[in-house]
Ligand binder design. Structure first.
Ligand SMILES: Nc1ncnc2c1ncn2[C@@H]1O[C@H](COP(=O)(O)OP(=O)(O)OP(=O)(O)O)[C@@H](O)[C@H]1O
Ligand SMILES: [Mg+2]
Length: 343
């Protein structure tokens, strides 16, 4: 597999040391720039003179080599986000940079190049990923041929290596109609990474698969991410994806709302424990979304009172009742440090 591409370092944990982000500047390969950078991203659709705000100031950063899942309910803006990140659609406002490219200013020609060289895609519909009249090997080879980087016979060999990497070498001579959904999606991943893109984007890649097959496909994506270092973003409505990735970002109403970080810790006896911690996302100007259940539990409406404490921020219902009784109810503690978490 080393013949395919050399692994890139995965700088988890080194993010804090990264240089200040330069938002919206010229294309660059500076190693400090995240591979995906969205700041206050807005996408408004106008259909029959009605405006739909599909993205309402979304902020998201994915560092080089990271594997991140974006999870959200139907209509929360996941596909809109991926369409922008893959260069298919242009945002109404905000910053969107992928693999060092500013997606708001790309010319038509640069856009074609960006889509061919910098990003790979896996879509939910298996039929959208693969050409039905070509075999798995031919599907991969066709992408290599279009890019023109790999010549003649070497393409077949490279296609074979990629299919082996995804564990579907045995499907090389089968057409999509002769493969299961899971096999087709693995081949689709091979097609997506054939040109060694810096970023792999997947929109509901397991949407048409059963739970067990979904888990295998997600593991295949994780292997590709680990072994090749390709920065990977998966969007899905399925919360189970968080078991396969270190970071899950929840999007609600076109904005990033919370993040779940998974890590492995050792206790005093040396035993390993998987820990998942949920954080509220704080944007550049200090906005955050309170979880629905918090808002409902304390019947928070319109206004809340905030109080800065030594190590957290308290949120109280802004109604007279709480102050007249002299007993404010603490709705949410938002820690000022990393350890406290948002919830
Ligand atoms: N071309 C369009 N014209 C008008 N409205 C659109 C268009 N595309 C998306 N929308 C609207 O934008 C919002 C977000 O849609 P999007 O497809 O991004 O959601 P999603 O999170 O991918 O949902 P799903 O899980 O159902 O795929 C929805 O309200 C949708 O109706
Ligand atoms: Mg969608």
């Amino acid at each position: 597999m080393n013949a395919l591409t050399s692994p890139r370092p995965t700088p988890h944990g080194s993010q804090a040391a990264a240089a200040p982000r330069r938002v919206g500047d010229e294309p660059t390969d500076a190693s400090t720039e995240p591979d995906i950078l969205c700041t206050d991203l807005v996408r408004i659709f106008t259909a029959a003179s009605v405006e739909v705000q599909a993205l309402q100031g979304l902020t998201l950063t994915v560092e080089r080599g990271e594997l991140v899942a974006v999870v959200g309910a139907s209509g929360s803006g996941k596909s809109t986000l991926l369409a922008i990140l893959s260069g298919l659609d242009t945002p109404t406002a905000g910053v969107a940079r992928v693999a060092g490219r500013d997606l708001l200013t790309l010319s038509g020609r640069e856009r074609v190049r960006f889509r061919r060289e910098s990003v790979g895609f896996v879509w939910q519909q298996t039929s959208r990923n693969l050409l039905p009249y070509l075999t798995a090997a031919q599907n991969v080879a066709a992408v290599l041929a279009i890019a023109g980087k790999v010549k003649g016979a070497a393409r077949g060999e490279r296609a074979g290596e990629l299919l082996d990497l995804l564990g579907v070498g045995y499907c090389a001579d089968r057409r999509p109609g002769e493969m299961s959904g899971g096999e087709q999606q693995r081949v689709a991943i091979a097609v997506g990474i054939a040109n060694e893109p810096r970023v792999l984007l997947a929109d509901e890649p397991t949407g048409e698969l059963d739970d067990e097959t979904s888990a295998h496909v997600l593991e295949a994506m994780r292997d590709v991410n680990r072994e090749l270092g390709v920065t990977t973003l998966i969007v899905t409505h399925d919360p189970a994806v968080s078991e396969h990735v270190a970071r899950t970002v929840q999007i609600r109403d076109g904005r990033t709302a919370t993040e779940v970080l998974r890590s492995t810790r050792r206790d005093e006896s040396g035993a390993e424990h998987h820990v998942a911690e949920e954080y509220a996302v704080l944007d550049r100007v200090g906005r955050l979304q309170l979880p629905d259940e918090f808002v409902t539990a304390l019947d928070l409406r319109q206004r809340v009172r905030l109080a800065l404490e030594a190590d957290h921020v308290g949120v109280w219902p802004g109604v007279a009742a709480s102050s007249s009784s002299g007993q404010a109810v603490e709705a949410s503690d938002v820690s000022a440090d990393d350890e406290g978490g948002g919830r």
